[in-house]
Design a protein around this ligand. Sequence first.
Ligand code: GCU
Length: 434
Amino acid sequence: MLPILLIAALTQANVKLTAEQDHGRLLQELGITSLRSGVNGMNPKDPNFANIDEAKANPYTNIPDALIFNNGERVKSRRDWQRRRGEIIELLDREIYGRTPKKLPKVKWEVQSAEDGKVGEVAVVIKRLIGHVDDSGDPEIKVDIRATLTTPKDAKGKVPVMLEFGFPNFGGPPRPGGPPRPAGPTWQDLVIAKGWGCAIMDPNSVQADNGGELTQGIIGLVNKGQPRKPEDWGALKAWAWGAGRVLDYFETDPAVNAKQVGIEGISRYGKAAVVTMAYEPRFAIAFVGSSGQGGVKIWRRNSGEQVENVASSGEYHWMAGNYVKYAGPKTPGDMPVDANELVALCAPRPVFVGVGSPNVEGIWIDSRGTFMAASLASPVYRLLGAKGLNTTEMPPEGTPLINGDLAFSQHHGGHTNGPNWPTFLAFAGRYLGK
Ligand code: GCU
């Protein structure tokens, strides 16, 4: 039985539930009474600390092969791959990330301001962009996508752009608690010094990072303020949709070469970056940093963060409702799809997969599982005439593999893409700005 208060909340035009309430409602809809709890990825003293013994890390040996159809037949040609790709998308949509609605409201871009500025020694133009999402479906729900675009002022033509999921600066005082500016060049310094542009989109302006707001944002707008169905899209898909709309704007901006736009993010935004690359073929390159569980890391591994963590009320909103089934009674080994197949959807376009050092970043990312996901996606790159990692042996920390179209690089630092940027740009230079 649903508690009275919950029934009252659910009968409102625009439903307001906390993440816990919505998570509970979802379990009830799926007929699940309880979920297994996640592991602690941070504190080795916790009895529930994540497994770090590689001998116990692969309890499920059934990692799906991207090149085998659901019916067991082998993918032999590019043509076959197009069909197999459709199968993988269907599984990811239904079970993992949810279905992006077929009909979505239009977005009207406004250049709120365009100012001259400097990045390092380079003169730039900084645009603050607002994408007004048509709210006629539910005028009570406003969605304004916020992004910034910075391009070299004296560029000779359209420039490649790296788009980050992050925190665009819309002026005003620095974010309280925001990170201090690190020593040395920022990624923007490095990108602008190459003559390229950099952009940041605020995912929260598309969809809040919180299960308590799934009836708001673009997900809530499309659902007219009602809670999600188990196959509906989660925040990662919504953020990816937002990135696609920013790319629509870039196609109209004379400063940007929209055929050479890359997507980048770390952690939950690393997950969003790979989902974006997998689903939006117009992105030319991706930099996926420390994306962990639900991103580029074999999901069914017992190492670092677990499916059970992401299925909890603090994170389930990133995923489809159906995803939580794999935290009880089903297991991660029951998932019909895995991260290697997600990476394979990006092929043959270039993807750079990054992680930090387990000694600094912590073990919860599962750097080996991250490498495995990229390595196991490699045969699809090969089939399409591109070059994957072409090794199943994980290189030592600080030894990037960047000669193929799929790259892997484990830096010596912590939970940041910072130390990998120069390595990524060396890789990206083979594709962008040509
Ligand atoms: C949590 C979460 C991770 C995620 C990370 C982040 O730790 O469990 O899956 O990647 O937050 O985004 O910082």
